[in-house]
Design a protein around this ligand. Structure first.
Ligand SMILES: O=C(C[C@@H]1CCCCN1)Cn1cnc2cc(Cl)c(F)cc2c1=O
Ligand SMILES: [Mg+2]
Length: 569
């Protein structure tokens, strides 16, 4: 490939609208262009990267017995009405009508479609297990598409669905996919962690997310530093060891005036108590009811844990107006004592001695609150708080470490959630009708490309892991005017081409500085400079993009030398 003819519109400056580095660099290096908000064109360089990622995914899915098919993007509303999801997803679901005024959606995922296919075609236990997958565009009308490919409205996903006779079978499929995902992200040259995660609306029980570690990641990964322990979880789900503290002698409840004292810090300062002695109450709207979540003042409420405990579809913070209506006091003066709405308190709250809480009267707090004595027996205790860095690992007790991650894959055990709803049954060996037990497994292909850039870049541009780089080697003749240099550049370009390298030659009539900068920007792992020393001494300078190291090779050393280098990049 010759850069003089290549469609690679690089930019001199960072585009203003790009907030994260992968968005900046993919735009500047001529990999993507925005077509509409959250909708992108993948230019030739990006297409080469995506094809490599998809090839690695296909190989690893097929290795586990996956069979690739292609499901429709255009999905009839009927299937989504059957599962009751047509109305659940609201504005995020791209809906449209055909010429006969029939309702369709553009597929954000394919549980309905694939379960409809299997319920019509699979009858007997002999046909199970099945692992069916596709690599296909998905459509989700994100409220705020941002960060380029990381949160788009049209993106490429690999989604595999497993169909088993029973939960043992599902366990086997799930482990196959766990291994396949580990292979995919390892082969893509990415640093990642599989973490226990929250299943969210898709339901089901066990789910793991695969996180590419990067400081710009939106997700917080909590993990145990001891690899023998291996505990790792999304912060939404992470737990710690719970050790109830020793209790003292309970005092009597008292109501004290706390004029304009609202926040935990203000209450702690005003009443001269520690934050952990104050109970922080947060009012949530759960579907069409309210729930009061209570944690110690030095902790934070984990909304995902609250949502799972309350088992509601939508959980959101109550507005200040709702707080006044429901609890008769302003936010800074609410508490769990004497309220007539459901209260869910964190496990630690039970053991707080002589706690301070809002009095549910603006400008007043209660002291000497002892939950065992003063909370209504209806109060539910559960782990509803965020763990903190350094707290003990729930499995081995070592201090937990936090990191940031970008979710590039998630695997779920669906069990019979969809097969029962849609009547996907099979006849077992005794002729008994049984629901097919399902799992679903997604990888964000375009998001993986962006995550690779988030994790692999420096101030000069992208540093592609060799396995997914658009090209392996770029040959850069220093001066187009120098016939000898151009001749030797062409020779080494053809030598590498014939040796099977993915090589590109920068034969543009540009100053060497521009060529070197672009080679660094687009992130090709190896750069061969053909300059004066090549003509005078027959040596080729090879620059390793990742380490900036320069090595000098004789022509006959190049093929093996470059092959060895690529294995390390
Ligand atoms: O997609 C999943 C679960 C798995 C992920 C792996 C591959 C198979 N599906 C969860 N999810 C996420 N966003 C959605 C957005 C819309 Cl608008 C929707 F209608 C449905 C969904 C939805 O179901
Ligand atoms: Mg997730």
């Amino acid at each position: 490939m010759r850069l003089s003819q290549y469609f690679m519109p690089t930019l001199r400056e960072n585009p203003a609208e790009a907030e994260v580095i992968s968005h900046k660099l993919l735009l500047r290096a001529g990999f993507i262009r925005k077509s509409a908000s959250g909708v992108y064109t993948y230019l030739p360089l990006a297409q080469r990267v995506l094809k490599k990622i998809m090839q690695i995914i296909r190989e690893e899915m097929d290795r586990q017995g996956g069979q690739e098919l292609m499901l429709p993007i255009l999905q009839p509303a009927e299937l989504w009405l059957e599962t009751g999801r047509w109305h659940v997803y609201g504005p995020e679901l791209f809906k449209l009508k055909d010429r006969h005024n029939r309702d369709f959606c553009l597929g954000p995922t394919h549980e309905e479609i694939i379960t409809d296919l299997v319920r019509r075609e699979v009858r007997s236990y002999k046909e199970l297990p099945l692992l069916l997958y596709q690599i296909q565009n998905k459509y989700r009308d994100e409220k705020r598409p941002r960060f380029g490919l990381m949160r788009g409205r049209e993106f490429i996903m690999k989604d595999l669905y497993s169909f088993d006779r029973d939960e043992e079978g599902l366990e086997i499929s799930y482990r196959k996919m766990y291994e396949a995902y580990t292979n995919v992200f390892t082969r893509c040259g990415l640093k990642f962690r599989a973490v226990e995660a929250d299943a969210g609306a898709i339901g089901g029980s066990t789910t793991h997310e695969f996180m590419v570690l990067a400081n710009s990641g939106e997700a917080v990964v909590v993990y145990c530093p001891d690899d023998n322990c291996g505990y790792a979880a999304n912060l939404e789900k992470a737990e710690t060891k719970f050790t109830p503290e020793v209790i003292g002698t309970p005092a009597e409840i008292q109501k004290v005036a706390t004029p304009n004292v609202k926040t935990v810090d203000e209450v702690a300062a005003f009443l001269k108590v520690e934050k952990k002695q104050i109970l922080k109450s947060v009012l949530f709207k759960a579907d069409d009811g309210y729930v009061l979540a209570v944690v110690r003042g030095d902790r934070e409420v984990n909304e995902v844990k609250v949502k799972n405990q309350v088992d509601c579809l939508v959980l959101e913070l109550a507005s200040p107006q709702e707080v006044e209506e429901v609890l008769g006091a302003e936010y800074g003066s609410i508490g769990p004592v004497g309220v007539n709405i459901p209260v869910i308190a964190d496990l630690e709250v039970k053991h707080v001695l002589n706690a301070v809480t809002g009095a549910n009267e603006t400008g007043y707090h209660l002291t000497g609150v002892n939950p065992e004595r003063d909370f209504s027996p209806a109060v539910k205790y559960a782990d509803i708080r965020l763990v903190e860095e350094g707290e003990p690992c729930p499995k081995c007790g070592k201090a937990l470490v936090f990191a940031r991650g970008i979710e590039v894959g998630q695997i779920f055990k669906l069990k019979d959630k969809y097969s029962r709803k849609m009547g996907a049954f099979y006849l077992d060996e005794n002729g008994q009708q049984k629901p097919i037990i399902m799992g679903c497994y997604g990888i964000g292909v375009t998001r993986t490309m962006a995550a690779a850039v988030e994790q692999n870049h420096d101030e000069d541009g992208i540093i592609w892991p060799a396995a997914i780089a658009p090209f392996e080697v770029i040959v850069v003749p220093v001066s187009n005017k120098d016939e000898q240099q151009m001749k030797m550049a062409e020779e080494v370009y053809n030598l590498l081409l014939n040796a099977g390298f993915e090589v590109v030659i920068d034969d543009r009539d540009e100053r060497p500085g521009v060529k070197f900068k672009d080679a660094d920007l687009i992130g090709i792992p190896l750069r061969i400079t053909v300059g004066k020393r090549t003509v005078s001494e027959g040596v080729y300078e090879v620059k390793i993009r990742r380490t900036r190291e320069e090595k000098v090779f004789q022509k006959e050393e190049l093929v093996d030398g470059l092959r060895q280098l690529l294995k390390t990049l």
